[in-house]
Write a protein that binds this ligand. Structure first.
Ligand SMILES: [Fe+2]
Length: 293
């Protein structure tokens, strides 16, 4: 194995040292990487020099890539690479998505088959801010009182992409047309029911699979009961700092994470012309399920 794995956070973060993601990864190395990814759901590989094409090639070794639905922000060299950035062109138009991930979430949980994993490559960091926070939902679930575990076992929660349907979040004023965009999604996109406890498809471990960003209700439960229950679960989620890992980016960092057992959030805290530019890919996932332990 040409690389070593070093834990960087008890919340499930590790650094891979000695791997060049710009070169093809052999079968034995991929197998070792996948084992590390099962053990540490946030992996960081520093000091990479990746073109969009190389990032996409490395990502495809983990599975098929999702086609990004916002083509205006796709990288010209590969349509599966999305640009997240606060940069503006000379004409004032935006180069990438500005407010991506500004509330705690698991990527695309509002879709029937959410992204299995997400890869983020840091091209340019701002002089301050821009951290990414991760929350280990295995640990969150394990520490839930049994009474709460029993209340949510086998239940499904409703996830929706429209921020305008969710009083727990706000629409960024920094992104042009964002309010109109989310308003248009309210009826155009169907809500999706996801298991509140998600059994990991590979490790078999249980994770709490809800988020303030996408979870707006509980299936077959009226709001008078469901909203206080969601509030209680969210309070529990954010009650311990040691369930979280904050990644402080350096240029050239590649970080990828497991959406089946983590929530994450972009910390923000920077403003144009202090520039942040990231390239993102997402690996296709399966339908989440719950299997009683
Ligand atoms: Fe995200």
């Amino acid at each position: 194995m040409p690389f070593t794995v070093k834990e960087i956070s008890p919340a499930g973060g590790a650094e891979i040292i000695g791997l060049d993601c710009g070169a093809p990864t052999g079968e034995a190395d991929m197998s070792a990487l996948k084992q590390a990814f099962s053990d540490w759901p946030v992996l960081c590989i520093r000091s990479q020099k990746l073109t969009a094409t190389q990032l996409a090639a490395f990502s495809r070794q983990w599975g098929g890539l999702e086609r990004q639905d916002r083509s205006a922000y796709c990288h010209p060299d590969d349509p599966d690479v999305l640009v997240l950035s606060n940069e503006r062109r000379a004409d004032g138009s935006q180069v990438g998505i500005v407010d991506a991930g500004d509330f705690w979430h698991s990527d695309s949980s509002h879709m029937t088959d959410p992204s299995r994993m997400t890869m983020l490559y840091s091209v340019k960091n701002p002089t301050r801010g821009g951290d990414t926070h991760f929350l280990n939902q295995y640990q969150v679930y394990a520490a839930l009182p049994d009474a709460l575990k029993n209340r949510i076992a086998g239940r499904k929660a409703i996830h929706h992409v429209a921020k305008t349907l969710n009083p727990r979040v706000a629409v960024s004023t920094e992104r042009e047309g964002a309010a109109e965009y989310y308003k248009s999604r309210e009826k155009a996109v169907k809500p999706v029911a996801q298991p509140m406890v998600r059994t990991h498809p590979e490790t078999g471990r249980q994770a709490l699979y809800i988020s303030p960003r996408f979870t707006i209700a509980i299936e077959d439960m009226n709001d008078a009961e469901a909203q206080p229950l969601l509030d209680e679960l969210f309070r529990h989620m954010f009650s311990r700092a040691d369930w979280q890992y904050t990644h402080k980016w350096k240029d050239g960092d590649l970080v990828f994470w497991d959406n089946a057992c983590l929530n994450h959030m972009a910390g923000g805290g920077y403003t144009w012309p202090d520039t942040r530019r990231m390239h993102r890919t997402t690996v296709v996932g399966d339908r989440p399920f719950y299997r009683a332990a």
